[in-house]
Design a protein around this ligand. Structure first.
Ligand SMILES: NC(=O)c1ccc[n+]([C@@H]2O[C@H](COP(=O)([O-])OP(=O)(O)OC[C@H]3O[C@@H](n4cnc5c(N)ncnc54)[C@H](O)[C@@H]3O)[C@@H](O)[C@H]2O)c1
Ligand SMILES: O=C(O)C(=O)C[C@@H](O)[C@H](O)[C@H](O)COP(=O)(O)O
Ligand SMILES: [Zn+2]
Length: 363
């Protein structure tokens, strides 16, 4: 077990990512370092499950700032709505929140997406520090500056690229995370395994329990590989003109499933099904070997992640996928693999090929 503090720097303009234990207890010191000059006011945005942590953070920050505001947002995807952003804008407006002030988001990916987007939009941009408290937010959502909310029509349809001044990853906060949240969030680390780092896949296959145990060395290694990779990709391509699209592996179908489930499915679970789908798509089109495609199913099953979806949902999913941000006009585009670690874009696959791939995962 590695208890030391890791500081991961971006080659671009993204703030540093601190990984360690006990970091939230010293949030005042870390925040002062990440923000440099002292803001006058801080807004702490948190989910209901993080109320106690947010209260203790407020008490710690209070002596250092003129005002520390707190805003509790609705849980999970119900927090990623325009009404919730309006609620936060109201707090910011009524407290004369200026460009030298800063937002701190504490929570899972839904909280960091919302907090980041409110920071991006308020006065056209104030600083944000992300404090992710789920595995998913630690390996993915809090890193890289993609922020946003859902609309009735689909997932993350409104948003902005707005990089954080820093990200504080405190492994201690995972103690209270329910197992299902941990495992579904881990799907984003599996994604990085398939598109970039077979080492992640090897660690899972060697010992899936250790890989998903936040106190293990394997977990910490996976976490840091994922963070470093995401920082690298986003330093090169913040606004998703090319390489960043690879981080969307499994998301084209995944987002459609989340929408179809009215956001009652966990994001990572939907992405797991989406990864299996694109693995079958790549296999059927002759790109990916049977072995590599089967590895998807095996690893997802080892982790207890879903790998199928009902057959009769195909027409709905196909129509929702046309709102995917990778689509161009009426042309669908999918991230697929030529090999493990070699993602590429498949443009405008024939509908019959898409249907055939879906048949492979239909339950
Ligand atoms: N911006 C990005 O690059 C990016 C990347 C991946 C995912 N996302 C987004 O992230 C969201 C999913 O994030 P998520 O899976 O973290 O979900 P989430 O934010 O909904 O959190 C999941 C649940 O865990 C609870 N929780 C959070 N931390 C906890 C803790 N330490 N102990 C106990 N309970 C805790 C939350 O209250 C919530 O009920 C989706 O909206 C997805 O679109 C964004
Ligand atoms: O950071 C990215 O880029 C990603 O695609 C990471 C994804 O895991 C994440 O779910 C992201 O929010 C999806 O973005 P979207 O633009 O497809 O909504
Ligand atoms: Zn995702």
């Amino acid at each position: 077990m590695n208890e030391s503090l890791t500081r991961i720097e971006s080659a671009g303009t993204h703030g540093p990512v601190l990984v360690g234990r006990g970091l939230v207890e010293q949030l005042d010191q870390h925040l002062a370092e990440l923000l440099g000059d002292t803001p006058d006011q801080i807004l702490l945005v948190h989910q209901p499950t993080l109320r106690d942590i947010a209260e203790s953070v407020r008490a710690k920050l209070a002596p250092h700032y003129r005002r520390v505001l707190m805003a509790e947002i609705p849980d999970a995807e119900s927090g990623k709505r325009i009404e919730v952003a309006e609620f936060l804008w109201q707090i910011l407006g009524q407290s004369d929140f200026t460009r030298t002030d800063a937002i701190v988001s504490i929570g899972g990916g839904a909280a960091t997406d919302l907090g980041g987007w409110v920071a991006a939009s308020w006065l056209r941009g104030v600083r944000v520090v992300q404090v992710p408290t789920t595995v998913l937010a630690m390996v993915d959502a809090a890193i890289g500056g993609k922020t946003g909310i859902n609309t009735n029509e689909g997932k993350n349809l409104v948003g902005a690229f707005h990089e954080p001044s820093g990200v504080i990853v405190d492994l201690d906060v995972l103690e209270s995370l329910p197992r299902n949240e941990l495992v579904t969030g881990f799907a984003e680390a599996v994604k990085i395994g398939f598109i970039h780092s077979p080492r992640i896949l090897d660690l899972i296959e060697a010992d899936p329990d250790a890989a998903t145990d936040p106190t293990s060395a394997a977990f910490r290694e996976i976490l840091e590989i994922a963070i470093r990779f995401k920082l690298d990709v986003t330093a090169n391509d913040l606004t998703e003109r090319g390489q960043r699209e690879m981080l969307n592996y499994g998301h084209t179908l995944g987002h459609a499933i989340e929408h179809n489930e009215r956001y009652q499915w966990r994001h990572g679970a939907a992405v797991a099904v989406g990864m299996r789908f694109v693995a079958e798509l790549a296999r059927l089109s002759g790109r990916l070997s049977d072995e590599a495609a089967d590895r998807h199913t095996r690893i997802l099953e080892l982790l207890g992640l879903p790998t199928g979806y009902p057959a009769d949902r195909w027409p709905t999913l196909l129509s929702v996928m046309h709102r995917d941000k990778k689509a161009r006009g009426t042309m669908l585009r999918f991230v697929v693999l030529d090999e493990i670690g070699q993602p590429t874009i498949m443009q405008a696959p024939d509908e019959s090929l898409l249907f055939a791939a879906y048949q492979e995962i239909a339950s």
